[in-house]
Unconditional design. Sequence first.
Length: 310
Amino acid sequence: MRLTVAAGTLALFGSAQGIAIAPRADIWKPTVGASWQIILTGQLDIGASTQSITPNVDVFDIDLFYNTKNGSDKTIIDALHRLGKKVICYFSAGSFEPDRPDSGSFQAADRGRNMTQWPKEQWLNYNNDNVHKIMAARIKMAADMGCDAIDPDNVDGYGENGGKNPTFTLTQTDSINFVKFLASEAKKNNLAIGLKNAGEIIPDVLSVVDFSVNEECASRTVAECSTFRAFPDATPKKPVFHIEYPNSGSNNPSSTTPVTDTNPWCKSESEDGENVNISDFSTVIKNYDLNGWVQLCDKSVATTPTKSVS
């Protein structure tokens, strides 16, 4: 899921100029059951003097551009690390967002149909070398800024209206190849990488990704949640960072109404007598805006401080 983004300035291959970049240690391997928070609206309101952050979870998934001032400032990520948190950096790998600072680097041939849910965005032809070049630069920027992992969104362009574009068609094979490319670039930069949704291609890419980020399998079918069990059932085990939006939608994207019973979203998914255990998924209950509000499976509610992006 993506949010409207603010314009900025970023030279495609110029991230982290003048910033000291420490050598990266081994690639982070997130663990099954790790607690987390995801915020894709705004910028975390923390800095060098911050002593704690709410909620006190293991992992934060945050927007790469917003939280690094377009690749020029490590303050927020350094603060999260100082507080003992791991940082997953989000960007859209499979869609054109017109207000991203590197949007001018895309060519007309890279862009396809507008996305159904996000009409300002367009599907990308991620078979194109130019798209690969831009995504490689984003991954390098994530590494330079100190991210521990990347969360590249919209790699499932074979679905919805993304598969058939006016000048190109996207298939599951294209998505498999693209995820493998992203994973290769991530590993070059000692970054972990997640698979965002795209359950149909899990068997083909499970070996090259480190975790899943899934939206709403518990709101859909037992079969869908069962598909993502491939991650915690793998050897070695890999986590599913799982998001549900039970009280939020397009009509109330900023809802902060918690659920009274978290079990249907956090424990098991049942349908027609079938049941799948999702208690080892790392589940958060969020609103569509993916702002600082979150409800955890223990029913606790928290709001992470954020501020608008200038």
